[in-house]
Ligand binder design. Structure first.
Ligand code: WQD
Length: 339
């Protein structure tokens, strides 16, 4: 029995993690309400894996559905991705973010307890750090006031998990604090699929490169960074997927009543302008962009201290920024071919 439930498994990181799980000998079971993904992702997964995966269309807040999934499948562990994740949108719809992101975790934890499933990897985010005072940022760095309701839901969920373990349950839980996920599976069968105008930098760049957007606006070049544009730690989604598999395997070796958390980044920071230049190199064409005003809520610079995940989980990012942008561009071109 190697069934791993992936909530949000048709999403960007969830789908890549499904591939990594199969390659590691696990059997992913997907639940997704397709609010921020598309059923075509399952076809992409079938093209990569050569077979279909079990999936349930629905919402993690639906207790009856969650209990149905656990009763129909012997679940060994869970990876919880399903959540709303747009920083800007969360400032406009805070109640949607608090009820969806927090209630779905509570329903999941209660269902896992009912069915005596104790292993959980939770999708958290570097956004819980806000603008760190010291860089690279490590897990011991105190979390700051969240910059957005989205970031606050991640902080609250981490606190829920800590309190849950402190209550003495036999669960074993890891939170992974992602930095900036980018890239796509090298096959071009799955990748980031923003619905509507992309919030994030790389899909906006690739859509601009493909002529779907007229130009990219760089949100500020007057920051205290090497070229004035913001610095982020861009991690290939395949590396991120591998981190989830390693986290799960590590959990299976721990004593009951276990909680820990890890940064998942490359340990390097790149500016927005460096990302643009790297994209121009891999696409071999100039990108149309302009410098615009700062985006509210943006922090100036953040990148990960990855010593802990390197030493404890034996995980290290293998892909470079260039690899990520090459794979993102390949994916974008395949999307255009299919449209
Ligand atoms: C990166 C940089 C922008 C778009 C957020 C969440 C994080 C994670 C990833 C969920 C910033 C600049 C962007 C554009 C730009 N989400 N930019 N022009 O805000 O670092 O992180 O998304 O897991 O939790 O906080 O990512 O890609 O939006 O921005 O100049 O059109 O690119 O100002 O400096 P961000 P991003």
């Amino acid at each position: 029995m190697n069934n791993i439930l992936i909530t949000g498994g048709a999403g960007y990181i969830g789908s890549h993690t499904a591939v990594a799980l199969v390659e590691a000998g696990f059997e992913p079971i997907i639940i997704d309400n397709f609010s921020n993904s598309d059923v075509s992702v399952l076809k992409g997964l079938k093209n990569i894996l050569g077979r279909e995966l079990t999936y349930y269309e629905g919402d993690c807040n639906d207790r009856a559905l969650m209990e149905k999934i656990f009763s129909e499948n012997e679940i060994k562990g869970v990876i919880h991705f399903a959540a709303f994740k747009a920083v800007g949108e969360s400032t406009k719809l805070p109640l949607n973010y608090y009820s969806n992101n927090i209630n779905s975790l509570l329903v999941l934890l209660e269902t896992m307890e009912k069915f005596k499933v104790k292993d959980l990897v939770f999708s958290s985010s570097c956004t819980v750090y806000g603008q760190p005072d010291e860089l690279p940022v490590s897990e011991s760095t105190p979390r700051k006031e969240a910059e957005s309701p989205y970031g606050n839901t991640k902080k609250i969920c981490e606190d829920i998990l800590k309190d849950y373990i402190k209550s003495g349950v036999n669960s074993r839980i890891i939170s992974l604090r992602y930095f900036n996920p980018v890239g796509a599976h090298p096959s071009g069968e799955i990748g980031e699929l923003p619905l509507g105008i992309p919030n994030n930098l790389v899909p906006f760049i690739t859509q601009t490169g493909a002529g779907l957007r007229e130009k990219l606006t760089v949100f500020g070049d007057d920051y205290n960074t090497p070229d004035g544009s913001c610095v982020r730690d861009y991690i290939h989604v395949m590396d991120l997927a591998d981190a989830h598999v390693k986290a799960l395997k590590y959990l299976f070796q721990q004593q009951d009543n276990f909680y820990d958390l890890f940064n998942v980044g490359t340990g390097n920071g790149n500016t927005v302008l460096e990302v643009i230049k790297t994209f121009e190199k891999v696409s071999q064409k100039p990108l149309n962009y302009q410098i615009g005003p700062r985006r509210s809520g943006d922090i100036e610079k953040v990148w990960a201290n990855t010593d802990k995940i390197n030493s404890v989980l034996g995980w290290k990012a293998k892909y470079s920024l260039e690899d990520s942008l090459r794979d993102s561009w390949h994916w974008q071109q395949k999307l255009v071919e299919k449209s």
